[in-house]
Design a protein around this ligand. Structure first.
Ligand code: IMP
Ligand code: MG
Length: 178
């Protein structure tokens, strides 16, 4: 285990099993369709690359970048779409793939933005769902795990751009970020 971690939350094997099961579910639910799977950079990259290989359907992929803007005191927390999708999603079934649903502000903004492009449907698929009050009216349609309100890293998730390459997910020691 990495020395900056308090404990491991999900091992490589647990992640693999859960993502396999999620891929089977998506394959079933989207039978006969060709979804456009959109990952939110950068946290979703590892999850996305493992997940799409468990989906047995014709599909296309893309990535978006969204950034939340400054002032934490402002509860509306403005989110800016820094990189939009370049797929034409009109009439398509879109699946947004995210690493973690926290306040849900990011996904609220991304979903609204995509809904403006007339897709047939937009669903949200997240690896982790943190048990915190959501600032926006968003729930995950698909998720692998619920977690407590702790700061986690690994398997794509970062703290100050570090730890994304850990193959497991762990709880970061408080002394690292406080
Ligand atoms: P939201 O808009 O508050 O839902 O923010 C979601 C984003 O915050 C995620 O995409 C992550 O980049 C980041 N985030 C929230 N909680 C954690 C965590 O525990 N570890 C790493 N990143 C986190
Ligand atoms: Mg991040």
């Amino acid at each position: 285990m990495h020395k900056d971690l308090e404990r491991i939350l999900f091992s490589e094997e647990e992640l693999k099993e859960s993502i396999k099961a999620l891929g089977r579910r998506l394959t079933e639910d989207y039978k006969g369709k060709s979804p456009v799977i959109i990952g939110i950079l950068k946290g979703s990259v590892i999850f996305m690359s493992d997940l799409i290989r468990e989906i047995n359907l014709p599909c296309s992929i893309d990535f978006m970048v969204a950034r939340s803007y400054g002032n934490e005191a402002v509860s509306s927390g403005k989110v800016n779409i820094v990189k939009d999708t370049d797929r034409d999603i009109s009439g398509k079934d879109v699946i947004i793939v995210e690493d973690i649903l926290d306040s849900a502000r990011t996904l609220y903004a991304v979903r609204n933005h995509l809904l403006g492009k007339n897709p047939a449907s937009v669903k949200i698929c997240t690896l982790l769902d943190k048990k915190v009050e959501k600032a926006a009216d968003i729930t995950a349609d698909y998720k692998c795990f619920d977690i407590e309100n702790e700061f986690v890293v690994g398997y794509g998730l970062d703290y100050a751009e570090k730890y994304r390459n850990l193959p497991y997910i762990g709880v970061l020691k408080k002394e690292i970020y406080s």
